[in-house]
Design a protein around this ligand. Structure first.
Ligand SMILES: Cc1cc2nc3c(=O)[nH]c(=O)nc-3n(C[C@H](O)[C@H](O)[C@H](O)COP(=O)(O)OP(=O)(O)OC[C@H]3O[C@@H](n4cnc5c(N)ncnc54)[C@H](O)[C@@H]3O)c2cc1C
Length: 413
C-alpha cells in the first residue's frame, strides 16, 4: 500500500525496513520465546540502527539524532513496531521518545545538555509521572494531588504516583505537580525534572502487569516525599504543565499508533504465512473464505487507520490544532490493532498462543493501548464533544410542526 509519504520519508522507511529484515527480525527469531533481551543485545541493535542510518530520526542533529521532520520520521515508527525490538533499536521507544520530545520542546539549553543528549545516546532512561493512585489523576487528570511548593530557590515535591513506565529503571523522572492551588489545575500545574536518585524519591514497586515480552519494562509506583530540586529543574513555563503535557502527548499518541499499526501488519503477515502453509479439510487454511474475508477486513481497517494517522500528522506538522483527529486515530487504531492481533492468534491456532512466534507477546502488549495515553472512552468524549458542538436545529423542523396540516408540496401521501 502506498501513502503520500515524501521521498525522504520513503527512503528512511526503506532503510528501517532493511534493518528490520536483516538484523532485528533474525535476532528476534533466534531469541528463546518469552525471554527479555539483555542490555548487550540492545547495544548491538542500536549500533546496527546507526549503521543503517535510522537511529533517532526524530531528534535534531545537534542532540544526536537525524533531524528529520516529525511527519517524515513517522513511517520509521511503523517499521520499528513490527517487532518489540524495533523501537528500542531505532531509539523511537516509549516512554523515552515522548520524554525526549518534551525536553526538545520545553527544555532550556542546560536541561537539554544534561538530559536530552544522554537520553538520545541511550546512556540514561526516563519516566513520566502523571497518573496517581485513587483519588488522584487518572482519566481525569485535573484530579491531580501531587504538589510542588517553592522554598527559597528550591521546589519541594510531595505526592504519590503509579504506572510510571520505566520508573524502576529511570535515571530521571518528569513529574507533574500542582504549583498553584487556587488556579484550575489546567492553569496551575508544572512539570519538574527529578533525578531518580534525589532524596525522597521512593520507588515502591514495579506494579505487576500483563505484557512485557522481549523488551520487558517496568510500570512503577513511586512516592515523592519532600523531594527537593533546584528551581532550574522546572521544565518549561510555570503553571503550563498541562500545556507541555499535551504538546508531548499529541505527537506521542500518533507515534504509538504507528508502532502499533506496524505490530498489526506483522501479525497479519504471520497469519497469512501460517494459513498459506497449513493444510486442513482438503485445502490450505488460506483457501477458506471465512478466514480470507476476515483478513481482508483487517487489512482494510488497518489501511484506514494508517491514512488517518498521516492526516493527523500532516495537521500537526502544519502547526494546526489536531486534538480531535488525534483522538480519532488513537481510539480507532487501538481497536483495529487489537482486533488484527486477536485474528492472527486465532489463525495460527496453538502457535498463536505459543511463544515461538511473537504473537502472544503482541497480544499481551496491545491491550494496554486502549487504556494508556487516554482510555477509549476519554478519546470518544473528546470526539463526541466536537461532534455535538454544532447541532443544526433546522434538521428537526419537519418533526416539530405539531397540529399543522401537511403543507409540503408534491403529491405525497
Ligand atoms: C501499560 C501502561 C503504561 C502507563 N504508563 C504511564 C506513564 O508512563 N505515566 C503516567 O503518568 N501514566 C501511565 N499510565 C497510566 C494511564 O495513563 C492511565 O491508566 C489512564 O490515563 C487511565 O487512568 P486510570 O488507570 O486511573 O483509569 P480510571 O480513571 O480509573 O478509569 C477506569 C476506566 O474507566 C473508563 N472511563 C474513564 N473515564 C470515563 C468516562 N468519562 N466515560 C466513560 N468511561 C470512562 C475507562 O474505560 C477507563 O479505562 C500507564 C498505563 C498503562 C496501562
Amino acid at each position: 500500500m502506498r501513502y503520500d509519504d515524501s521521498d525522504q520519508a520513503q527512503e528512511l522507511a526503506q532503510r528501517a525496513q532493511d534493518l528490520m529484515e536483516e538484523v532485528v527480525l533474525p535476532m528476534e527469531r533466534e531469541r528463546p520465546g518469552g525471554m527479555a533481551v539483555s542490555s548487550g543485545t540492545i547495544t548491538k541493535l542500536r549500533e546496527a540502527a546507526r549503521e543503517y542510518d535510522v537511529y533517532a530520526p526524530q531528534i535534531p542533529e545537534e542532540h544526536g539524532g537525524m533531524g528529520i521532520d516529525f511527519r517524515d520520521a513517522l513511517p520509521v515508527f511503523e517499521e520499528a513496531g513490527r517487532s518489540l525490538l524495533g523501537p528500542v533499536a531505532m531509539r523511537v521507544d516509549a516512554p523515552d521518545e515522548g520524554n525526549m520530545h518534551l525536553l526538545e520542546l520545553a527544555g532550556d539549553d542546560l536541561q537539554k545538555e544534561q538530559y536530552l543528549d544522554p537520553l538520545v545516546a541511550g546512556d540514561i532512561k526516563s519516566g513520566f509521572s502523571m497518573t496517581e493512585p485513587m483519588q488522584g489523576a487518572g482519566s481525569d487528570p485535573k484530579m491531580i494531588q501531587t504538589t510542588a511548593e517553592k522554598e527559597g530557590d528550591e521546589w519541594v515535591i510531595d505526592g504519590h504516583k503509579w504506572w510510571t513506565t520505566q520508573g524502576v529503571e529511570a535515571d530521571v523522572l518528569f513529574v507533574l505537580a500542582r504549583t498553584d492551588e487556587d488556579a484550575h489545575p489546567y492553569q496551575g500545574c508544572s512539570i519538574f525534572i527529578v533525578p531518580a536518585d534525589a532524596d525522597g524519591v521512593e520507588v515502591v514497586r514495579n506494579v505487576p502487569h500483563m505484557g512485557g515480552g522481549a523488551h520487558g519494562i517496568s510500570h512503577a509506583e513511586i512516592v515523592y516525599d519532600d523531594v527537593r530540586v533546584p528551581e532550574e529543574h522546572l521544565l518549561g513555563e510555570l503553571n503550563q504543565g498541562f500545556v507541555h503535557a499535551q504538546e508531548r502527548l499529541g505527537p506521542a499518541r500518533l507515534t504509538h499508533c504507528m508502532r502499533f499499526s506496524g505490530m498489526a501488519q506483522r501479525s497479519l503477515d504471520i497469519a497469512k504465512a501460517y494459513t498459506s502453509e497449513r493444510q486442513g479439510f482438503d485445502s490450505t487454511l488460506s483457501d477458506k473464505q471465512s478466514l480470507r474475508h476476515r483478513i481482508a477486513d483487517a487489512e482494510t481497517r488497518l489501511h484506514v487507520a494508517r491514512t488517518a494517522i498521516r492526516d493527523a500528522a500532516d495537521r500537526i506538522s502544519a502547526g494546526e490544532e489536531a486534538r480531535v483527529p488525534v483522538s480519532m486515530c488513537k481510539v480507532f487504531t487501538a481497536n483495529v490493532t487489537q482486533d488484527a492481533i486477536d485474528l492472527a492468534v486465532q489463525c495460527c491456532g496453538a502457535n498463536g498462543i505459543g511463544k515461538d512466534l511473537p504473537l502472544s507477546d503482541f497480544y499481551e502488549s496491545v491491550r494496554q493501548f486502549r487504556i494508556v495515553d487516554g482510555a477509549d472512552e476519554v478519546h470518544r468524549r473528546v470526539i463526541a464533544r466536537h461532534a455535538f458542538d454544532d447541532v443544526d436545529e433546522a434538521e428537526l423542523e419537519p418533526v416539530t410542526r405539531f397540529g399543522q396540516p401537511n403543507r409540503r408540496s408534491g403529491d405525497g401521501h
